[in-house]
Design a protein around this ligand. Structure first.
Ligand SMILES: [Zn+2]
Length: 102
């Protein structure tokens, strides 16, 4: 298995994502993404992360990390964490086995 993974922590910094009752989406996506990143590293899976702290990323910065960490090989999997407020339950993780272009 020669897959490589880019973990994305949705939102961050000036962009809190969904907010409700003092809870901010960006905090949960960061916690989930850091956990995933560290666990993949423990397992020896090549992995990168778009942000590992509460920083603002432009769309282009986020895409640059996704596209440049391991190149544009189709075996690069992007796991983008979001906890949406527009319906459904719990956390959503978007898996994209395609290269995202700005
Ligand atoms: Zn979101």
């Amino acid at each position: 298995m020669d897959y490589r993974i880019v973990v994305d922590a949705g939102h961050g910094g000036d962009d809190p994502g969904a907010v409700s009752g003092g809870l901010r989406e960006k905090d949960f996506t960061l916690e989930a993404a850091n956990y995933m990143y560290n666990r993949f590293k423990e397992l020896g899976v090549p992995v990168a992360i778009t942000r590992d702290s509460d920083v603002t990323l432009s769309r282009q910065q986020r895409l640059n990390t996704m596209n440049n960490s391991f190149g544009t090989d189709p075996k690069v999997i992007i796991l983008s964490n979001h906890i949406n407020s527009g319906g459904g339950e719990g956390q959503s993780v978007t898996n994209k086995c395609i290269t995202i272009k700005a």
